[in-house]
Design a binder for this molecule. Sequence first.
Ligand code: F6P
Length: 342
Amino acid sequence: MKRIGMLTGGGDCPGLNPVIRAVVKRAYHEGIEVIGIKNGWKGLIENETMPLDLRAVSGILPRGGTILGTSRTNPYKKPEDVEKVKANIKKLGLEALIAIGGEDTLGVSAKLYKEGVNVVGVPKTIDNDLSCTDFTFGFDTAVNIATEAVDRLHTTAESHHRIIVCEVMGRHAGWIAVYAGMAGGADIILVPEIPIDVEEVYSLIKKRREQGKTFSIIVVAEGAKFKKGQLVTQEEKLDSFGHVRLGGIGQTLSELIEEKTGLETRVTVLGHIQRGGTPSAFDRVLGTRFGVKAVELVLQKKFGQMVSLQGNKIEAVPIEKAVGELKTVDLDLYNIAKIFFG
Ligand code: F6P
């Protein structure tokens, strides 16, 4: 093994740079050259690369985002793009490819592997919705940011006797909402896994008022929807993987609450702040362990596999298995969160 490639695809995520650094350092010890592919699959379609030597990765451990850049480009949208990807892998002399991404990037990796490309996957997403791994890096950082936001929102909610709805990311899984809501002591947590019962929301707020608590904090996941409603989206357009752009449920919910209860209700949408900035210590360590293991899988020629966290061990699982099904919130965990509602 002389030369391998590495790319980051999908949304940026705290912990990507620690993985990049770990791959380069581990590969260096084996005398393997690492070529950085710029901007996800787009870089392999357009043959845009950068050298990744020890110098290139120096000082990147605490940096958010990805030094490789990223995109939501799906090569399987056009058959000619898949051919370009394969041709460029050959042209660059890449004997293996480490693809770091979420379900979309890894979904492409699984298909390419079936077509003979030597891919190893590294799971990444703040949403923590990938199967076959207990956690993805990025999630812990996002949860810490959202928890701090919930703590800060308490101050205004309490002083002004308001209801504050805090909308968090997570796509179709409520992991960020449940963790940040539990850690921040939210009074109600609403997730995509359980349709919102607005009557229950009103009655929990009312119950709190009766107990003399004049404020309430509600954490709602962007993918949550009403019992008889649909997903609230920002636009109708789909991205190249067929995803809608979520967002807006917080606003809709806060208007309903204000109308029904007559209480001043405000909304805060955390948005990309949850993905920005320096990774937490946990995500730096997890990213580092994933990066080292990815190179080891390459050395063992265990292609078509993804690194994963199982308990406290880093294991390998088939990429195909990991992208087969979304990992949604564990209902036992949600039931614990519910004990603290109201
Ligand atoms: O998958 C990560 C994520 O941040 C989701 O939580 C969110 O729905 C989506 O990406 C937003 O994507 P973009 O940054 O492309 O708008």
